[in-house]
Design a protein around this ligand. Structure first.
Ligand SMILES: Nc1ncnc2c1ncn2[C@@H]1O[C@H](COP(=O)(O)OP(=O)(O)O)[C@@H](O)[C@H]1O
Ligand SMILES: O=c1ccn([C@@H]2O[C@H](COP(=O)(O)OP(=O)(O)O)[C@@H](O)[C@H]2O)c(=O)[nH]1
Length: 240
């Protein structure tokens, strides 16, 4: 196993914003973010180029909670700004851990974060830097899962890795249905026709059209990211 090579050269890792809370009620839990960064560092040491999209649900979710009654687009812009905060925290933690991270934003906010420019992002990845895509797609009515699909396709990632609160895609939401069973693999068409709420249809459709597979796995399981990157059996693969 010593000489085993990673299954992918370039990955797009989608990290759940909500998972950043750890056991806290909201915000960013220090030990949780440090652990996530350690796991990313482990796969960069294997020579894998890593781009990251992080959510914002730990700070703000456009469609829920405090945003009730708000204009949807305004609430979504707040959600995008929340992802900028998470991206800055993640980049800072990565830099302290010895990685070189670059945060790029989909919305203009130059004094804080450099803008997303695709060739620049590709250059950073080739240089071995971790690129963190902030502010989702830059558009309201989308999610960071769709941003992960979009950026993954743009940078030519071989796979989108969704690190989330559950350990794969289930026949129903496992948090609501104890009888739900986990799939090892399934097709995009199955995932969409069965309305498996793990990701929104826009993200699934984009990945399906671009033939970009998605792996869903648990963000809480130690070593799961490395196992996924090594092509080992972990989580659920959604494919064409
Ligand atoms: N069919 C399903 N399989 C797995 N999880 C599902 C399914 N349907 C709904 N979910 C829910 O989707 C959640 C993950 O999606 P989301 O809230 O977008 O997470 P993230 O914070 O990672 O973006 C899980 O915590 C799970 O409760
Ligand atoms: O392209 C995007 C990405 C995100 N958002 C907003 O940002 C919030 C946070 O992102 P998400 O819910 O995807 O984060 P996560 O589920 O990973 O915590 C969303 O609810 C949306 O309000 C948006 O409007 N457009």
């Amino acid at each position: 196993m010593q000489n085993a090579k990673p299954a992918f050269k370039r990955i797009l890792l989608k990290l759940s914003g909500e998972a950043l809370m750890g056991d806290d009620q909201f915000g960013i839990n220090h030990s949780t973010i440090v652990r996530m960064v350690d796991e990313v560092a482990e796969v960069t040491r294997l020579g894998v180029e890593v781009a990251v999209v992080i959510g914002g649900g730990n700070i703000f979710r456009g469609v829920a909670g405090g945003s009730v009654g708000m204009d949807r687009a305004t609430a979504d812009y707040m959600g995008m700004l929340a992802t900028v905060m998470n991206s800055l925290a993640l980049g800072d933690t990565m830099n302290k851990a010895g990685l070189t991270a670059r945060v790029m934003s989909a919305i203009g906010i130059e004094q804080v974060v450099e803008p997303y420019v695709r060739p620049k992002a590709l250059q950073y990845l080739e240089e071995g830097k971790v690129v963190i895509f902030a502010a989702g797609t830059g558009n309201p009515f989308f999610t960071t899962d769709t941003a992960a699909a979009l950026r993954g396709a743009e940078i030519g990632a071989q796979i989108v890795l969704k690190a989330t609160k559950v350990d794969g895609v289930y026949s129903a939401d496992p948090k609501k249905d104890p009888d739900a069973v986990r799939y090892t693999t399934l097709t995009f068409d199955e995932a969409m026709s069965k309305n498996l709420g793990i990701m929104d249809a826009t993200a699934f459709a984009l990945c399906r059209d671009q033939k970009l597979p998605i792996k869903v796995f648990s963000i809480f399981k130690h070593g799961a990211l490395k196992r996924v990157v090594m092509g080992e059996d972990e989580g659920t693969l959604v494919h064409v």
